[in-house]
Write a protein that binds this ligand. Structure first.
Ligand code: MSP
Length: 517
């Protein structure tokens, strides 16, 4: 693998980021960090989607300009991603000058090619979806199924994109590339949607929607939502119809584009058609993740159960985001829905990160100091089952990430932690020390610590802070690429500094957390 380019959906800036937005960014960050352990040239794009009628209306209600409103809210997303240690390479805003200029050129290129044409239209518009819906999309009561609101009837002369022209090519692409849509069970849904596809409106009359990118050479129209929003994936890295940047040539096509299942249609149909129309290569994979509920209930403003990711960090008094990252990243099997609950969060991270993983390291390091003055004696290392299991886990984790199975990979890592704990219990190094079987005792401790270096590498994408605390105490180089991992990283003569040994993660103090909430 020579490069890895990943993207997230860009979030609407109507409000502040919630745990659903955070789920996607964490998932993508974990995937991104994993692939930084496998290749040199990696890039991670995220950002905000800032145009459209909703923003225009909300800003007007607040008595500020749309741009001021976007500036304020885009910052909230950036702050949240910083608090969660989302290591993006670039944050694009659709109001960025470079983006708007290139979107205008893309639009013009498609007009010149005959793929965009002007047409009078009466349609049902849902401002929640920022999309036109057809009758058959609606519920029996004529409501938008996502927002349970009656769509507006809109009559306008708009520009249309010839989506139908690309229908057969998209169906063929999906059928001949069964790993294009991840998880594969969603591909059928898309094929069904394609059967009834129509050309789509890609502009709005300025008098109705003025917060958008103006169409070049047609002052009455603004480019509406999807051509603007979807193009961010290429404008950010330097696509230009008149000649793209070297960066673009190096990074495009994206290796995986991560989005929620609700916008799969736009990404696996509209976006693919736009790329085909621009004669650009297609992304290798579209990963459609499931939705996060709160205590098994859909998050909604009216229910008052919308949770912000930073409020979770505050409520549990966490100085690092790792527990929340770990919890969210392992919230659901690939593509399935997941759930957040305070109780489950506390229980799971206490069990996995504090009790199993953290304690294992702490106990073993302490014993090494107690019995051997912290002296790693690699001659104690024996080819053994534990080593075999650790190296096998590296392979399995890589395999899961090849299919973007982030939860499944986490399970493998915790299984290795459990097996290592069992190895300690079975071999009881404290008894060996009491019986003065020091060679055997040293061998057991060394084996465990060598495996802990592997575990720190594997857990790094989920828990970068905990992993670096582990690596620091072990004296291990966390930059080791996954292909170079051995069970022999700690060399003979290496000394563990006893002053350095402290728990890498403390159990979440439930009383404190409850009080804070
Ligand atoms: N702006 C569009 C995306 C344009 S991409 C070119 C949009 N924005 S959004 O703010 O509504 O959603 C952003 C992402 O967050 C989407 O991928 C969406 O699926 C995801 N989620 C929003 N709520 C979610 C949950 N409750 N759970 C998981 N993800 C959810 O759509």
């Amino acid at each position: 693998m020579t490069k890895f380019y990943t993207t997230t959906a860009i979030d609407y800036v109507n409000g502040a980021p919630h745990i659903g937005h955070a789920y996607e960014k964490i998932l993508t960050d974990v995937i991104y960090r994993h692939f930084t352990q496998r290749c040199e040239n990696t890039y991670f794009l995220t950002g905000t989607d800032e145009h459209g009628i909703k923003i225009q209306k909300t800003a007007a209600e607040k008595g500020i300009s749309p741009k001021e409103f976007c500036d304020m809210n885009a910052q909230k997303f950036k702050d949240a991603w910083k608090a969660l240690d989302i290591d993006y390479s670039q944050f694009i805003r659709t109001t960025d000058e470079q983006h708007t200029k290139i979107v205008q050129k893309i639009f013009k290129k498609l007009v010149d090619k005959g793929d965009i044409y002007k047409h009078s239209y009466t349609g049902l518009y849902c401002s929640g979806c920022e999309a036109f819906l057809s009758e058959k999309d609606l519920t029996e009561d004529g409501l938008c199924p996502n927002h349970m609101k009656k769509p507006e009837v809109i009559e306008e002369e708009n520009y249309f994109f010839k989506l139908t022209k690309y229908k057969d090519a998209i169906i063929k692409h999906i059928k001949t590339n069964p790993d294009f849509i991840v998880p594969a069970f969603r591909a059928n849904e898309v094929i069904n949607q394609l059967e009834n596809i129509e050309d789509i409106s890609v502009s709005r009359v300025k008098s109705n929607v003025n917060w958008g990118i103006p169409v070049l050479d047609d002052a009455e129209q603004v480019i509406y939502v999807w051509i603007d929003a979807l193009s961010n994936y290429i404008t950010a890295i330097g696509y230009d119809p008149d000649g793209s940047s070297e960066k673009f040539e190096k990074l495009w096509p994206a290796d995986v584009q991560v989005i929620g299942k609700d916008i799969l249609k736009f990404h696996s149909i509209y976006w693919i058609a736009i790329l085909m129309a621009l004669d650009l290569p297609l992304p290798k994979h579209i990963l459609a993740h499931g939705w996060i509920t709160i205590d098994q209930t859909k998050m909604s403003k009216s229910l008052g159960n919308v949770i912000s990711p930073t409020s979770v960090l505050e409520a549990f008094n966490l100085d690092i985001p790792d527990p929340l990252r770990y919890y969210m990243a392992s919230a659901a099997p690939c593509g399935k829905d997941g759930n957040y609950s305070d109780e489950d969060f506390k229980e799971k991270v206490n069990a996995h990160l504090a009790n199993s993983m953290g304690n294992l390291l702490n106990r073993t390091l302490s014993m090494l100091v107690k019995y051997f003055d912290g002296d790693i004696r690699s001659e104690f290392l024996n080819k053994n089952e534990l080593e075999k299991q650790a190296l096998e886990t590296v392979k399995e984790v890589k395999h899961h990430f090849d299919y973007f199975e982030v939860q499944e990979a986490a399970q493998k890592i915790i299984e290795l932690v459990d097996v290592t704990n069992k190895y300690v219990t079975d071999n009881a190094p404290w008894t060996l020390a009491k019986e003065e079987k020091m060679d055997k005792c040293g061998e057991v401790l060394t084996n465990v610590l060598q495996v802990m270096t592997v575990i720190s590498s594997l857990i790094y994408p989920y828990c970068p802070n905990i992993a670096s605390r582990m690596a620091e105490q072990l004296g291990y180089d966390l930059n080791t690429k996954l292909d170079d991992i051995t069970c022999n990283a700690l060399k003979s003569g290496h000394l563990i500094d006893k002053e350095n040994i402290k728990p890498v993660f403390l159990r979440m103090d439930s009383e404190l957390a409850d009080k804070k909430k």
